[in-house]
Design a binder for this molecule. Structure first.
Ligand SMILES: NC(=O)c1ccc[n+]([C@@H]2O[C@H](COP(=O)([O-])OP(=O)(O)OC[C@H]3O[C@@H](n4cnc5c(N)ncnc54)[C@H](O)[C@@H]3O)[C@@H](O)[C@H]2O)c1
Ligand SMILES: [Zn+2]
Length: 383
């Protein structure tokens, strides 16, 4: 009898670009990345709302590829938004398109859309031929300041958020700021929540900068919005690259502050509540809980809630008070599901100070109930 343990070291290059007008003939970021990697073919998937907002986009992409020594297999438009990851319909359509276009592991799949669309196309790309090269073009605030530079993709199944998915480092991420400016105002503003989140757990200076620039962010003043997106994306990417656990094999997920409740609220509301808006509520809840359990000053919790208010993000949803047959709040199942998703001990990030997240392994459900009641009262008084 013998046992052999091998170490398999693998490193990835995470290429992230911030630019404007990525498909203008003068903009060589994309062409350089594609040429650098060699490869045979490229295919492009565009979310329908992006295609509608940028009707000339497909033609511009086609023209851009004329100068690149790759077989261009065309642009294809598919519906996006959260429904596009509610099942595997889009994933199967993408698989079929990849097969028909003979996309191989050295070919490129470009995906242009919001976080949900990128998640579905990304999952299809991560699983076709066990993974083809994905170049993401995030087009919303949230997908540029967070999910686009992440190394995950997933769709929702079993009435749970992101239950099926993969860890897969994209070949490149091109954050083209121009796309941000055709989002509706609410989506544009709400996506800043992930910047607030990462600032709260990682970088007090970014939180203070957001506080100082709230009016410009809400307006939005393009330069300030774009600066916020870039600062947030880089904090996320740096954590993934240097945090020691890019594929989340441990029990902790430091970038998921406020997310245990958020994911549950999204599923409970059948995804009527968007991810960004659900994170705002989850973040408000965990901030208040941090204060009420004695680890965070109330004055800081107030500052956080004021920022959410200024971004016009609600801090409460009636689903927080929905009960199961035993009279327990259903949202609390989110804690069990969060633990089960990662495995190991329940580990949730709370706040000790601005920019300082701490791990906790236990929640006092009665105290959580008090926090929910306070959020409801504050919300009613603001309504
Ligand atoms: N994979 C990850 O690591 C990760 C991390 C965070 C969030 N996510 C996921 O991201 C999703 C949320 O992403 P989101 O906030 O981008 O929402 P979204 O993808 O649902 O997009 C929001 C809306 O904006 C539209 N849209 C997108 N780009 C546009 C543009 N440029 N102009 C006009 N309309 C546009 C979409 O059609 C949609 O209606 C959630 O499913 C969440 O779970 C994934
Ligand atoms: Zn999130």
């Amino acid at each position: 009898m013998s046992r052999y343990d091998f170490e398999i070291p693998v490193t990835f290059k995470h290429r992230i670009v911030f630019t404007r007008d990525a498909f203008s003939p003068e903009n060589t970021h994309l062409s350089e990345i594609l040429v650098e990697g060699g490869g045979r073919r490229a295919i492009v998937f565009i979310e329908d709302s992006v295609s509608a907002a940028w009707p000339e986009l497909a033609d511009r992409i086609q023209t851009y590829f004329l100068d690149i020594d790759l077989e261009f297999r065309g642009t294809f438009v598919f519906p996006g938004g959260e429904p596009s990851k509610a099942d595997d319909v889009l994933v199967r359509e993408i698989w079929t398109a990849l097969d028909t276009a003979h996309i191989d592991r050295h070919s490129y799949v470009l995906a242009i859309g919001g976080g949900a669309f990128l998640d579905s196309v990304g999952y299809a790309a991560a699983t076709a031929h066990r993974g083809v090269r994905l170049v993401r073009f995030p087009t919303t605030t949230l997908s540029q300041d967070d999910s686009g530079v992440g190394v995950k993709c997933a769709i929702n199944t079993h009435n749970k958020k992101n239950w099926v998915g993969a860890f897969s480092v994209p070949y490149a991420v091109i954050n083209d700021f121009n796309f941000l400016h055709t989002q509706d105002k609410q989506t544009l503003r709400a996506g800043l929540i992930e910047a607030v989140k990462v600032a709260l757990v990682k970088d007090h200076e970014l939180f203070e900068w957001i506080e100082e620039n709230l009016a410009a962010l809400v307006a939005p003043e393009p330069d300030v919005l774009e600066m916020c997106v870039e600062k947030s994306a880089l904090l996320h990417a740096r954590h993934i690259a240097t945090g020691g656990d890019p594929f989340e094999t441990g029990s902790s997920r430091p970038l998921d502050f406020g997310h245990w409740a958020a994911h549950k609220l999204e599923a409970m509301t059948h995804y009527q509540l968007s991810h960004a808006r659900a994170v705002a509520i989850g973040l408000a809840l965990d901030t208040l809980y941090s204060a009420r359990s004695g680890m965070l000053k109330f004055s800081i919790a107030d500052r956080v809630l004021n920022v959410l208010d200024a971004l016009q993000l609600s801090i409460y949803h009636p689903a927080l008070d929905w009960l199961d047959e035993s009279g327990r709040r259903r949202v609390l199942d989110g804690l069990d599901e969060f633990q089960e998703h990662l495995g190991g001990e329940l580990t949730v990030i709370l706040l000790q100070d601005l920019g300082v997240g701490v791990e906790t392994h236990q929640f006092d459900e009665s105290l959580l109930g008090d926090c929910i009641a306070e959020l409801r009262t504050r919300w009613e008084s603001r309504a």
